[in-house]
Design a protein around this ligand. Structure first.
Ligand code: FEO
Length: 389
């Protein structure tokens, strides 16, 4: 395992996790990467680590450049274990190293590991550390997406290490953003929607700070390194963090028991397509909640459909609503529908969740009894059309 030089004397020493398919409930069909970086300067500096099982692979990459015992500085931008898992081994090996992190990082590391004997120096926003030719500047970014989250900037190299920010769960054959930009941006959107979406205000503050920095490379802790398409990903972060939408994007998320609600879902999609919208349909029977979230991040219109089951809705939709509530997306226009047998209006449960999120809900729930008739489907279509009007 060799380190890969990304700038003179600065190396990627991370690991590609090609086989990762699940990340606490988030499906990672393209795997992921844990990006750690090594700066060889007067003080040898490691920026972040990798997930614990990949520690040896990271150490091999470090050792291809410098003896890991010679690491002087460890920067922990984020305590979550996909980055900090390797740090106990690093700190055991590099006996003279000092670890730099914010106060919340020190508390977090102490909560997860036996840090007795570690030399830890806490830092705050605008603190700097000279490591020789380079100077690191630390910028705290609390709740993007943990309390301890921080980014590290190397001004003389115009290089930003924003940890999870701008990341993607994407193991690619490219180290940089030179590959298929549509795929990279879609994975960045999925990452944002499923991990960072609740923290729009905090992300906006980070973007304000980042706008004052001279940056020609953004090296996140997951996925490809940005150097060619920095304006594109920054624009996307501005859109997503401001809860902006693409005006003609719409999504119908649904599940069905015997096909009636699916017929209604297709009717809603058709009505919206006739209104000139680009509609994606996501069946929760076939797709994970994280894929549904990716579909709706930029959508202005979102319809949710479930039949009645007992006195409620289908568990797939219940799980989706729980997940959605946690991510708390704002500024959407919603529409809820579904079929029922003998227990009417259970679809109100979906409508109530969307109302609590503050979504615009121009129409009441649309329900049909048992098997949809032509007239019934027309009523659903008309209601869906009125949502767009
Ligand atoms: Fe990639 Fe929040 O850890």
């Amino acid at each position: 395992m060799k380190a890969v030089e990304i700038k003179k004397g600065i190396y990627w020493v991370g690991v590609k996790d090609w086989n990762l398919r699940e990340f606490h409930g988030y499906t990672t069909s393209r795997g992921s990467t844990y990006n750690a970086y090594l700066i060889v300067d007067d003080k040898v500096t490691l920026i972040d680590g990798v997930k614990e099982p990949f520690t040896d692979l990271m150490m091999q990459r470090v050792a291809s450049v410098v003896d890991p015992e010679k690491i002087d500085v460890v920067v922990c931008n984020h305590v979550e274990m996909d980055h900090s898992g390797a740090l106990p081994a690093v700190m055991a090996k590099a006996k003279n190293a000092t670890l730099y992190c914010p106060p919340a990082g020190e508390r977090g590391l102490g909560a997860h590991y036996d840090t007795a004997g570690w030399k830890i120096q806490t830092v705050k926003t605008n603190d700097t550390l000279n490591i020789g030719k380079h100077t690191l500047t630390f910028v705290q970014m609390p709740m993007v997406h943990w309390p301890d989250s921080m980014m590290t900037y190397v001004a003389d190299e115009k290089l930003l290490f924003p940890n999870d920010g701008f990341g993607q769960h994407y193991a690619s054959d490219e180290l940089f953003d030179d590959g298929n930009l549509d795929v990279i941006l879609d994975e960045a959107k999925k990452y944002y929607g499923n991990i960072v979406w609740p923290y729009g205000a905090q992300v906006q503050k980070v973007l304000e700070i980042a706008a004052t920095l001279d940056i020609d490379m953004i090296a996140p802790s997951h996925g490809v390194i940005w150097r060619k398409h920095i304006p594109e990903i920054v624009e996307k972060y501005k859109l997503w963090s401001s809860y902006g939408n693409v005006a003609d994007k719409a999504v119908v998320v649904y599940d069905s028991m015997w096909g009636s609600t699916e017929k209604m879902a297709r009717e809603v999609a058709a009505a919206w397509q006739e209104k000139g919208l680009r509609v994606t349909m996501v069946s929760l029977k076939h797709s994970n909640v994280s894929d549904a979230i990716n579909a709706i991040v930029e959508a202005k219109y979102v319809a949710l459909g479930s039949p009645t089951l007992n006195t409620g809705i289908l568990p797939t939709m219940g799980a989706f609503l729980t997940y959605l509530r946690g991510l708390a997306p704002k500024n959407k226009t919603g529409f809820c529908f579904g079929s029922y047998g003998w227990k009417k209006d259970c679809q109100q449960e979906m409508q109530d969740v969307l109302a609590k999120l503050g979504w615009h809900l121009p129409q009441p729930i649309a329900t049909l009894n048992w098997r949809p008739t032509v007239e019934g489907l027309k009523a659903v279509r008309d209601a869906a059309s009125a949502v767009v009007e």
